[in-house]
Design a binder for this molecule. Structure first.
Ligand code: PLP
Length: 388
């Protein structure tokens, strides 16, 4: 019987797949190499860079969750992002959003500078900029929705249709939501990218990535490159992520419930200038998010009133929130995009992307909501005590 409910797919990942011992949970296969049955008679796996049973189980579940044909597990989210660049020849153009993840922005700009492909950086919500860029017939269009750190939303379905019309492939970085809350392939995308470091693993103890394709031929091509350049994920990491993914549905429920309550509390906080969360009805992407997502997620950001003194005071006074990069783990994290996640963007690019010095990004964890609210409230109130 095909089990096609997403929660069931996540929970049942690899369960009962061991035909030798009947192990309920799939084994961790650390062997780097596999024997041949005989001369020129290969088994399913021969060498772990190319293929590994533990990694294959994880690839299958992420691909199933995204409704794709092929899943590729990579060593990091960045190597997943790098992998799609293998589709580009030196004469090809890559179109990216001006506010994409800082590490992706750094990778694309430095590779383009070396002449590996042509790069167009635009505000994909600016219809004129987007049409001008598409008119240059890019080979590949990258989308990131919601974007990091401002939670901007783009209409994935609409842009996929426009990209298809000019013959471009579309890749969507779905890290901020996970396949439980958004499935870009169903909206017309060709490729989905994940940093599994974030929600998919969810416990802040693995760095990993994934690429899923709609089309099997495209998937085969990318899997070939992943093996060729040697960026496939480790067996142990795959085992850990498989363990994490089983609780993804239930973690997301708690993450989102906590976020809704925290954002509602912060809406009228005197220390906050502006809140960025797609779940708020006055967020410019609210209606599109509602239509293309199955939830608003648990990432939000805000501008604190004041200047550097207030930012410093806030970070010095949080006790439950940890001042750290990354997101999507069970623990609440708080960060300063300009000096942390987006330091790979120069100040000019940061300003163009709307990332100010007062911008704070929050990854809401699954701790008790009253502790989360109290902690941020205390730290924000402390910032109000400082002169500016
Ligand atoms: C973290 C992140 C990446 C990079 O992933 P790593 O696992 O850190 O290499 C890419 N895209 C987005 C949106 C991210 O948040």
């Amino acid at each position: 019987m095909k089990q096609d409910k997403l929660t069931t797919i996540a929970v049942r990942a690899g369960i009962n797949s061991d035909e030798h011992h009947g192990a309920v949970v799939p084994a961790l296969h650390l062997s780097s190499t596999y024997s041949l049955k005989g001369f020129n008679e290969k088994r399913q796996f021969d060498y772990s860079r190319t293929g590994n049973p533990t990694r294959a189980t994880l690839a299958q579940v992420i691909s199933d969750l995204e409704n794709g044909s092929t899943g590729i597990i990579t060593s990091t989210g960045m190597s997943a992002v790098h992998l799609i660049c293998q589709l580009l020849a030196t004469t090809d153009t890559l179109l990216i959003p001006h506010d994409c993840y800082g590490g992706s922005y750094r990778l694309f700009t430095y590779l383009a500078e070396r002449g590996l492909f042509k790069l167009l950086v635009v505000d994909q919500n600016d219809e004129q900029q987007l049409q001008q860029a598409l008119a240059q017939k890019p080979k590949l269009v990258l989308l990131e929705s919601p974007s990091n750190p401002l939670l901007r939303i783009v209409d994935i379905k609409a842009i996929c249709a426009q990209a298809k019309a000019v013959g471009a492939l579309v890749a969507v970085d779905n890290t901020f939501l996970s396949p439980l809350l958004q499935r870009p392939l169903d909206l017309g995308a060709d490729i989905v990218i994940h940093s599994t470091t974030k929600f998919i693993n969810g416990h802040s103890d693995v760095v990993g990535g994934a690429v899923v394709t709609k089309d099997a031929e495209l998937g085969e091509k990318l899997a070939w490159w992943a093996n060729c350049i040697g960026i496939t994920g480790a067996a142990f990491d795959s085992f850990m992520v498989l363990r994490g993914i089983k609780t993804l549905p239930i973690r997301l429920k708690q993450h989102q419930q906590n976020t809704e309550q925290l954002v509602a509390f912060l809406q009228n906080h005197p220390a906050i200038e502006k809140l960025y969360y797609p779940g708020l009805t006055d967020h410019p992407g609210h209606d599109i998010a509602k239509a293309q997502q199955q939830g608003f997620g648990s990432m939000f950001s805000f501008e604190i009133k004041g200047g550097e003194a207030q930012v410093r005071t806030l970070f010095a006074n949080v006790k439950l929130f940890t001042l750290a990069q990354s997101l999507g783990g069970v623990e609440s994290l708080i960060s300063h995009p300009s000096t942390m996640t987006h330091a790979g963007m120069n100040l000019e690019a940061q300003i163009a992307a709307g990332i100010g010095q007062n911008l704070i990004r929050v990854s809401v964890g699954i701790e008790d909501i009253s502790d989360i609210i109290d902690d941020l409230d205390n730290a924000l109130n402390a910032s109000l005590e400082v002169a500016y």
